[in-house]
Design a protein around this ligand. Sequence first.
Ligand code: TRP
Length: 445
Amino acid sequence: MKNRFSRIGFILAAAGSAVGLGNIWKFPYVTGEYGGGAFVIVYLLAIAFIGLTVFLGEALIGQNSQANVSTSFIETSKSKNEKWKFAGFMIATALLILSFYSVVLGWILSYVFTSFTALPTDPKIAGDAFNTLITKDLSTQLLYHTLIAGTVIFIVLKGVKEGIEKINLILMPMLGLILGGLLLYAISLDSFSQAVSFMFAADWSKVNSDALLAALGQAFFTLSLGVGTILTYSASLPKEVNFVKSSVMVAIVDTTIALVAGLIIFSFLFEAGAPSAAGPGLVFISLPVVFSGWGILGQVIAISFFIALIFAGITSAVSMIEPSLMFFIERYKMTRKKATILCGSIFYLLGIVALLSMSASFGESLTFFGKNAFDWMDFTTSSVMMPSAAIVICIFLGYYVDKDMLQERFTKHTPLFVFKIWYFLIRYLVPVAISILFLHKLGLI
Ligand code: TRP
């Protein structure tokens, strides 16, 4: 078969999807805000019991049907009911996330270039520079968003094997090397032990219900769940490959990278005496100031760090467009080129709306009910669409798919008890946990 992943290609591509801004930018700042160690433990439990359960579910549906999201739900269901095609709504989530993800990757790309010239020397200058970029400097943002979108489109045009698998085979090991180098440098700093105890010494006093839900949400986001990406990638995974083992590997790689990124970033921050709870500006404001204090070495570290973020982000971005491509190619018999032009234009244009909505000049007209378009895209995807898709996946697998078929797929590769645990989790624990998260995000509880 042509356009298929090899086993290692799948693991790298799925890990490439999972490892993204969520690991290197978001995980450290959320951990910082919730005080470290105890949050990390909750997060690890959420990955192991909830994230991995849904991941296995998506992988199973995809690998079993070898088809796009919509068709795969119909074919995997007990009744083969056409109505399941509506589960295909989740591919729109991925495309919507990609719209603003591309804009954020654009900011990072601009940081790669500014790191060559000069880094801001204090938090005020750094904060102003960042604010100017996102509120005033429209042409720069547009340029970098276009570069990122163009790269994503160029890669996916080449297909699963030649485009997606290849780029992951190159970028993922390089990402590993850069992070490995940064980790070694972090270990050499005096502050490393402080970073370790911050991340692994549990202070349970800060773990309230918000922290629990943040950990759960993060576990979902970082594993790229609830948008059909893992399902779509798994549809290109040959049927005989052990999907359980591959999924566990992806979860391990993803978690390891989040922890390593956390250790690196907190060592850097503590070394410079900067606060750990800086929020979303941590990477864009606090870190550049830390790097600027280290002279030329700081510049090299800054450039490597932002390039690592770009690599991690690009491999996630290509995985966000693929579900829509596969859908249009299979269900509407489009060529890959046509589908790419269609989906590429959609996310590129929505990205422009997102970036304009933060600007001083267009912000007001693109703000609805107190949130600008960028925040709306973020909110509807992560708080509404992803959790609802995850609930649909759980209910589908737990109640509308033949149990014997599921059991057979699992026991082909693992002992029976693994299936039993998974089946219990997907029927009861996970849907309840996600429903609570969902209601909380909507402000209903
Ligand atoms: N997992 C990615 C990250 O950690 C982000 C992400 C969320 C994603 N949903 C996705 C990536 C869907 C690809 C597809 O940054």
